[in-house]
Design a binder for this molecule. Structure first.
Ligand code: NDP
Length: 314
């Protein structure tokens, strides 16, 4: 381990819409932010294709391009964007310590955590191969592309139920694949699903394979009770089996819910540690949109700026 160490006023961990928006605001406020991009520079949007619901892009844009634009804007104002992954933190004192790539120590007056969340996947080879080509983990982002078509969604929690009803408004037919004989979703959401005429719930079913060469052409499902197989003729396959917030390294220091979503003081981006702020999907299990992440990234930079001013750190 090297003894390399550096002090910064504002350290941003993560490079999705939340991190870059925080960087734009922090850089323009002369906080000289340093950003570590994490394992997936650009975040979840770099694994989607078209983005049509981000305001300001009337013709839509591609997710990876959009993140390049975010990065260019953050760099234009002087953000120091670096490759690197935060592997440990120590938030004991007023100066926060972050270890990058297990070797470099950064101390920071303020830390903005924008490490996002990762969608959980089933683990099928065909699911990964067709990811972005009919396979998606976000119905609100991609449902529109399947307007008037038949789609399937796997999962039985509130997200799956909400996304199934969302898809039912756009699509001709929605198959909801549920692995047990009941759903985990709240009763109200279950009621909504079961009363939507174009949703067919397949209880006791599991996806076996997504079929298709370049795009999705169907999904083979297995009845887990009878082992019977059936092919659903769908062009879209949505996976809604939960997300994992990227918050493991903060566990000893920050308040989080049972799943690991960071808790912030309502109406702010403040965590339970002074000078540590959270933005984007790592602190949001409900909305999970690029635009909401960007909004909270802005909040985090403004909260950090006010914190530095109150402490007299210039
Ligand atoms: P959950 O963890 O609640 O649900 C995941 C679902 O996916 C479960 O039904 C689970 O099945 C199923 N699942 C998991 N792994 C597999 C697999 N390998 N194959 C098939 N099915 C699988 O995640 P959600 O994203 O739905 O919700 C996360 C949290 O956010 C919850 O607390 C939820 O209430 C909340 N939320 C609230 C909303 C709201 O209030 N409007 C909207 C969205 C989410 P099983 O049940 O068999 O374990």
């Amino acid at each position: 381990m090297s003894n390399e160490s550096e002090h910064v006023k504002c350290l941003i961990i993560g490079s999705g819409p939340a991190g870059y928006t925080a960087a734009i605001y922090a850089a323009r406020a002369d906080m000289k932010p340093v950003m570590y991009q994490g394992l997936q520079p650009g975040g979840q949007l770099t694994i989607t294709t078209e983005v049509e619901n981000y305001p300001g892009y009337p013709k839509g844009t591609m997710g990876p391009e959009m993140m390049e634009d975010f990065k260019a804007q953050a760099e234009r104002f002087g953000t120091d964007v670096r490759y690197g992954y935060a592997t440990a933190v120590d938030f004991t004192g007023p100066v926060h310590k972050v270890i990058v790539d297990e070797t470099k120590t950064i101390t920071a007056d303020t830390v903005i955590i924008a490490t996002g969340a990762s969608a959980k996947w089933l683990g099928l080879e065909s699911e990964q191969r067709l990811n972005g080509f009919g396979v998606s983990a976000c119905a609100v982002c991609d449902g529109f592309f399947f307007k008037g078509q038949d789609v399937a969604i796997v999962g039985a929690g509130d997200t799956a139920a909400e996304e199934a009803t969302y898809l039912a408004k756009l699509c001709k037919k929605v198959y909801m694949i549920v692995r047990r004989d009941e759903m985990r979703a709240s009763k109200a959401m279950q009621h909504r699903v079961l009363n939507t005429p174009n949703i067919e719930v397949l209880f006791n079913h599991m996806p076996k394979e997504v079929i298709g060469g370049k795009t999705v052409e169907g999904v083979i499902v297995t009845n887990v009770k009878t082992n019977e197989e059936r092919t659903l003729n769908v062009t879209g396959f949505f996976v809604a089996i939960g997300h994992h917030p990227n918050s493991d390294i903060f566990k000893p220091w920050l308040d989080m819910d049972e799943t690991g979503y960071l808790k912030t003081i309502p109406g702010s981006s403040k965590t339970n540690r002074e000078g540590v702020f959270a933005a984007g999907d790592v602190a949001d299990k409900i909305y999970r949109q690029a635009v909401t992440a960007a909004g909270t990234g802005c909040m985090a930079a403004l909260d950090a700026e006010r914190y530095l001013a109150a402490k007299g750190i210039h």
